[in-house]
Design a protein around this ligand. Structure first.
Ligand SMILES: C[S@@+](CC[C@H](N)C(=O)[O-])C[C@H]1O[C@@H](n2cnc3c(N)ncnc32)[C@H](O)[C@@H]1O
Length: 175
């Protein structure tokens, strides 16, 4: 588990410089699907925020925005954006936050990287407030809508919507 995470961290580190060039358009499309359903809240976490493509938009929905990612190189790129988000180096399976810290959690194309996504969703649910909203996407060539829904239910969340869109499955859930 640790070896896989370290290997991924190395891969994202080596390719961080070219991430936006390769993926900005497609990733912005994913975020723009999620954005309209996000309520105006106090605290938002972008889990696996990568180069920070969504942090600017999230700032229109929350007072405190936190972007967490395990790649220092991706976070370096995020830091260069004109964002007021707090950026944090962290493993999504071990978040350095108290229970019920966030009103909204978004996580776009992170879960297929995780050795056990069920654990990751459970950890995200732990730091989300009761009544909070979580928006998750995962690559559908790696995981099915049924799997995503199962992780969400296993974490004690109520799936409100599970849709396939482009290369992803997206789930909106409430705690
Ligand atoms: C495909 S990128 C998506 C980045 C961003 N959400 C976006 O849509 O542009 C996946 C991100 O997950 C991060 N990641 C991978 N494993 C992680 C872990 N264990 N904890 C936190 N972040 C992780 C990577 O560093 C990378 O930035």
């Amino acid at each position: 588990m640790v070896a896989r995470k370290l290997e991924l961290r190395r891969c994202y580190g080596e390719t961080a410089w070219i991430y936006d060039q390769r993926y900005e358009e497609i990733q912005r499309g994913k975020y723009s699907l999620i954005f309209p359903i996000l309520p105006h809240v106090d605290r938002i976490l972008d889990l696996g925020c990568g180069s920070g493509l969504f942090l600017g938009a999230l700032a229109k929905r929350g007072r405190l925005i936190v972007g967490a990612d395990s790649s220092p190189e991706m976070l370096e790129i995020a830091k260069r954006r004109p964002t007021r988000a707090a950026l944090l180096l962290a493993d999504a399976d071990h978040l350095p936050f108290a229970d019920q810290s966030f009103d909204v959690i978004v996580s776009v194309t992170l879960l297929q990287n995780m050795p056990n996504p069920e654990i990751t969703v459970r950890e995200a649910a732990r730091v989300m407030k009761l009544g909070g909203i979580m928006a998750l996407t995962v690559l559908k060539r790696k995981h099915s809508p049924e799997e995503l829904e199962e992780w969400v239910r296993g974490a004690g969340l109520e799936p409100l919507e599970v849709v396939e869109e482009g290369e992803d499955v997206c789930c909106i859930a409430r705690r």
